[in-house]
Design a protein around this ligand. Structure first.
Ligand SMILES: Cc1cc2nc3c(=O)[nH]c(=O)nc-3n(C[C@H](O)[C@H](O)[C@H](O)COP(=O)(O)OP(=O)(O)OC[C@H]3O[C@@H](n4cnc5c(N)ncnc54)[C@H](O)[C@@H]3O)c2cc1C
Ligand SMILES: NC(=O)c1ccc[n+]([C@@H]2O[C@H](COP(=O)([O-])OP(=O)(O)OC[C@H]3O[C@@H](n4cnc5c(N)ncnc54)[C@H](O)[C@@H]3O)[C@@H](O)[C@H]2O)c1
Length: 480
């Protein structure tokens, strides 16, 4: 094996690896970025961007169909599956190209192509022919679709988010397995594009929603448009001439056998750690086989190894991957003087309709004494003025604050414009605003944010800090 010695090796040229590289490069010029597959990142190639492009097409189809509710008849809506997927790929490729351009800006001597694995602490094999000795290592290997054994042997009838966007046209029918974020976003989009969809989950989960009331509300909303069973029972699944034959228990019709042109497996994305031979790394692993990592430094124990992005099995979203890469790249550069970074308030958005957002402390997951430390305010969007105007008055928002201090700590939402409301609330939580301070902010009329104000007022009342009615009544227009 050829040998090379570097200060820092970064494994994985995805979003987290690239930000780690940029941060580490400020400390040393003797570093390598190792990629085992293709450049371009999961987000741009088969994650965030193509999925949002597909959803955008689906929303157009849906908006055209629902225009009738406003007295605007759009005749003869026709979905051209080939054109839909062609645009998804065209725009997706442009996003990938911009990542590839940034790869080109990295000196060749800093790039290695090949799968990395540990030979010993501080020693990596890259492919079969090269050994890299690195004083410090950042693991940024991402995550991949998990394919349970029951789905093996289906050949190209089985899709994941890696292959869905490469289809030449939309299938007539699809069974989507997994009611997490990927399954829900893609299942709803395909349904809106005219594909016959059955969305089958296993453990009651739905789009990552924690609060039971919001989860149940969401299940009712989504079920109106396509078949959704978050606790499905599948008795048989086997390849058929024209697709995949599935026998499952239908919620109303009992045992049912149906054949689907394709199945989409969205049953989770575990971290890409197996191929790294971590048993040679000297790192302490948790029960799930993931190196024990400090979330403030991204350091694994007191070793010179850092674990970031989807690979650490924590928040598998892009902005966290980017932030973690920056923190770890900087800490790899300054090791052993690592610095604890203050992390941003957790924020996630699911691009369904209604959208889902989650911000900050997951109070909905707490029980008992811990939960008693927080007050909860609620609003339904069913009667909310702006939401009614635009015909999107479905959903619930719950907002949380700490009792005593009145500090706003988080929220969970299903409803219109959750991608924007989520940001507003995340910024308030990160700024450690009190509920009273938030209520002192301007609210235009008529806007969806007025629904947020209603939830905050409810929260304020529950914190026993009621706002004088005179002020509120004067500033509220109809349907606020
Ligand atoms: C369908 C879908 C939709 C999504 N939508 C959103 C969204 O809307 N918003 C959002 O915030 N997040 C979204 N995400 C999540 C987001 O894409 C990920 O959190 C993010 O891309 C993770 O970046 P990363 O750098 O950790 O991993 P990646 O970008 O996957 O990079 C990891 C890299 O490591 C390489 N690698 C792996 N093992 C090795 C090895 N042994 N040696 C060398 N290289 C290796 C891989 O080839 C890969 O290039 C979505 C994900 C999916 C699947
Ligand atoms: N909008 C976004 O930000 C966005 C979009 C997509 C993905 N993501 C990220 O990607 C991560 C992975 O998402 P995901 O949806 O792939 O995983 P997930 O873990 O969130 O959901 C997978 C679901 O599949 C179920 N499941 C497992 N085996 C099954 C089986 N045999 N049959 C039916 N259901 C089964 C699991 O119980 C689970 O509920 C998310 O946690 C999220 O962070 C984010």
């Amino acid at each position: 094996m050829d040998k090379r010695k570097v200060d820092i090796a970064i494994i994985g040229a995805g979003t987290a690896g690239l930000t780690a590289y940029n941060a580490a490069r400020k400390h040393t010029d003797n570093l390598v970025l190792i990629e085992g597959d293709t450049y371009g990142t999961t987000c741009a190639r088969m994650g965030c961007m193509p999925s949002k492009l597909l959803i955008a097409a689906a929303d157009s189809a849906h908006d055209a169909a629902r225009a009738a509710m406003f007295g605007v008849a759009v005749e003869g809506i026709r979905i051209n599956g080939e054109a839909v997927l062609e645009r998804v790929r065209r725009e997706r490729d442009a996003f990938v190209s911009s990542v590839l351009e940034s790869m080109e800006a990295i000196p060749e001597s800093h790039k290695l192509m090949g799968r990395a694995r540990f030979l010993a602490p501080g020693r990596l094999a890259v492919g079969d022919a090269l050994e890299v000795r690195a004083e410090r290592i950042v693991i940024a290997t991402g995550s991949s679709p998990h394919i349970p054994a029951m789905f093996q042997g289906l050949g190209d009838r089985l899709l994941t988010n890696d292959s869905l966007f490469e289809l030449q046209t939309l299938p007539a029918s699809i069974a989507v397995f997994g009611t997490g974020v990927v399954g829900l976003e893609l299942g709803q989009a395909l349904s809106r594009l005219g594909v016959h969809v059955r969305l089958l989950g296993r453990d009651g989960a739905l789009g990552g929603i924690v609060d039971e009331e919001i989860r149940d509300y969401a299940e009712r909303c989504f079920s109106e448009a396509f078949y959704l069973d978050t606790r499905s029972e599948v008795a048989d699944l086997s390849p058929a001439d024209n697709g995949v034959a599935i026998t499952f228990t239908h919620q109303e019709r009992g045992e049912l056998a149906e054949t689907f042109e394709r199945i989409l497996v969205a049953t989770g994305r575990p971290p890409n750690l197996t191929a790294l031979d971590l048993h040679h790394s000297g790192l302490t692993l948790d029960d799930a086989g993931i190196p024990v990592t400090d979330t403030a430094t991204l350091q694994c124990g007191d070793s010179p190894v850092f674990l970031v992005g989807d690979a650490n099995g924590q928040a598998a979203v892009l902005h966290e991957a980017a932030q973690e890469g920056r923190i770890a790249g900087d800490n790899a550069g300054r090791y052993p003087q690592v610095q604890a970074a203050s992390r941003q308030v957790p924020l996630s958005v699911v691009f369904t309709h209604p959208q889902i957002a989650s911000v900050g402390v997951p109070v909905g997951r707490m029980s008992g004494a811990k939960r008693k430390g927080f007050a909860v305010g609620t609003v339904s969007f069913e009667d909310q003025g702006r939401s009614k105007v635009i015909g999107k008055n479905r959903g619930l928002l719950k907002v949380y604050a700490q009792r005593g201090s009145g500090v706003f700590v988080g929220a969970e939402m299903l409803g219109p414009a959750a991608e924007h409301i989520g940001h507003l609330l995340a910024w308030a939580a990160q700024g450690r605003m009190t509920v009273r301070e938030m209520l002192g902010m301007p609210f235009y009329h008529p806007v969806i944010e007025e629904g947020v104000r209603t939830a905050l007022k409810d929260l304020n009342a529950r914190l026993h800090e009621s706002v004088a009615c005179d002020d509120e009544c004067l500033e509220s227009g109809p349907g606020a």
